[in-house]
Design a protein around this ligand. Structure first.
Ligand SMILES: Cc1ncc(COP(=O)(O)O)c(C=O)c1O
Length: 484
């Protein structure tokens, strides 16, 4: 069990026991708790800190932890019903173009840690065993000692880090300059900034169908209207993209040309230029979400669209979370022309800048020989997991497996379910069988054309867990009458 989850378990136990102590009474010492629960000192202090943050416990340095006194107002329930009106009333008065409710469920689903014993075929990040934990810790330790580590960075990001992203995105031919890079707090923040910069509330934004639920949520939270454009085995369909621009007058197209989430498709060489021309003819920007570039399974990768962008239409998004840890929230926007200033201004207004220690630590991480080694290790780790999940599918789900594309990068399989399958019921049955999978519905901006499941293999411990996970899906299919 990692320290975070054992601290959660200990905090849960202590929470249940708090009633045994009078307000103000001292709780057992750290040593008592360690011995009783068989946990480390770090676990005890994290659990106690958790309870202190919830206001249940107070800590006094040198004296220990005490049950908190109830606050003067007690836990008086406040009548907050008025908020329901306040949060929507303006929509009516000012004819808000889109409702202001924000639906984070699609994102939360990818970040949720499944209950103990449940295999995480729904995770959006690397399993802890594939994360570069040691290299990250060492990088942070060195970063903390860098002169000025806690000072204010330039708004656009540290010059050295911008130069690294320029080389990383542009490749050795140097298609990108550091001045065209804006350091961001990961990919999601970059997407929000880009959408806000490029499209006013109420306007349409074209998205691939299916697509990443996080971009649908971000667009809707910004008052935009996502309009789906179908994807086939070669990526987005150019004929339908042109139609969608014509029908909506959209000025933004969001796409993932490499290892598309959820289908795993790579935009074909033949379509790259065509897509750029169609967007340019519509006077539109292309937001290129290059989230999975470092998750290839071996083999040559096409360049990012932004590198040979003939019109300056591409706003490129990348992030280091996927090949490291969801907590290394550092990414970059790359663009050309006046849009750069708009992106920069929006980021400054929203969040000032990305914390300097995080930027310094990133430089420390990517500058060591451990970095290319780590990238090679995840290539192998992901390829092995992909092979294991495909083999298990062919063994245990022989009717579904033939229709599943073997991805050459990314971390997921997109499985077409038989017509009429109730995705929600099947996903719930999978969870009961001990495996968390993602239903297809949240990946569609409008009605889904068919039922799907996404199986993600990045957040799995290895082959045995994958074999077991697929077996559990097969059990759930059988229990739900899904011919699989
Ligand atoms: C397609 C895609 N883009 C962007 C992101 C955002 O990632 P992050 O904010 O961790 O960089 C995700 C995360 O799942 C994703 O799947």
């Amino acid at each position: 069990m990692n320290d975070g989850s054992s601290a959660d378990v200990l905090a849960g136990n202590l929470r249940g026991e708090l009633q045994r102590y009078a307000p103000g009474e001292k709780l057992p010492s750290s040593r008592d708790l360690r011995e009783r629960f068989g946990v480390s000192p770090a676990t005890v202090s994290r659990a106690v800190a958790q309870l202190a943050a919830e206001g249940l416990v107070v800590t006094r340095p040198g004296a220990g932890a005490f049950r908190a006194q109830p606050s003067a107002g007690g836990t008086r329930a406040v009548d907050t019903s008025w908020q329901q009106i306040a949060l929507t009333a303006e929509d009516q008065q000012h004819a808000e173009p889109a409702p202001r409710t924000v639906d984070a469920s699609g994102i939360v689903a990818a970040l949720e840690v499944p209950p103990p014993g449940v295999i995480a075929f729904n995770g959006g990040y690397l399993h802890p065993s594939m994360q570069p934990e040691q290299a990250l810790s060492a990088a942070f330790a060195r970063a903390a000692r860098r002169p000025g580590a806690w000072g204010r960075p330039p708004f656009e990001g540290l010059t050295e880090l911008r130069a690294w992203f320029a080389r990383d995105v542009g490749g050795p031919a140097g298609g990108i300059t550091p001045a065209q890079v804006l350091v961001t707090a990961g990919g999601q923040a970059a997407l929000t900034t880009a959408l806000r910069a490029l499209a006013p509330p109420g306007s349409p934004v074209l998205v691939e169908s299916p697509t990443y639920p996080g971009v649908l949520a971000a667009a809707r939270a910004g008052g935009l209207r996502p309009v789906p454009v179908p994807v086939d085995d070669d990526g987005v369909r150019p004929d339908l993209l042109a139609d969608a621009f014509g029908a909506t007058g959209a000025r933004v197209f969001y796409c993932q040309p490499l290892f598309h989430n959820p289908t795993g498709v790579v935009l074909s060489a033949g379509r790259r230029r065509r897509i750029a021309e169609i967007a340019h003819a519509a006077g539109a920007f292309i937001v290129e979400d290059d989230f999975a570039r470092r998750l290839g399974h071996g083999g040559r990768l096409p360049q990012p669209l932004v590198v040979d962008d003939p019109f300056g239409s591409v706003v490129h998004v990348s992030s280091l979370t996927k090949p490291t840890s969801p907590s290394l929230r550092v990414g970059a926007l790359v663009a050309r022309g006046p849009v750069l200033e708009r992106l920069r201004a929006i980021q400054v207004v929203d969040s000032f800048f990305v914390p300097r220690p995080l930027q310094e630590a990133t430089l420390e991480l990517v500058g060591t020989p451990a970095w290319p080694r780590h990238l090679r290790a995840i290539t192998t780790g992901l390829r092995e997991r992909r092979d294991a999940v495909l083999a298990a599918l062919h063994r245990d789900l022989p009717r579904l497996a033939p229709g599943v594309r073997a991805p050459v990068g990314g971390y997921h399989l997109w499985i077409r379910l038989p017509d009429g399958t109730d995705e929600t019921a099947l996903t719930a049955a999978c969870l009961r069988a001990g495996v968390a999978v993602s239903p297809g519905r949240p990946f569609f901006a409008a009605e889904a054309p068919a039922p799907y499941l996404r199986i993600s293999y990045a957040d799995t411990a290895g082959t045995d867990e994958i074999t077991q996970g697929v077996r559990r899906i097969a059990e759930a299919c059988a229990a739900n009458g899904v011919p699989a």
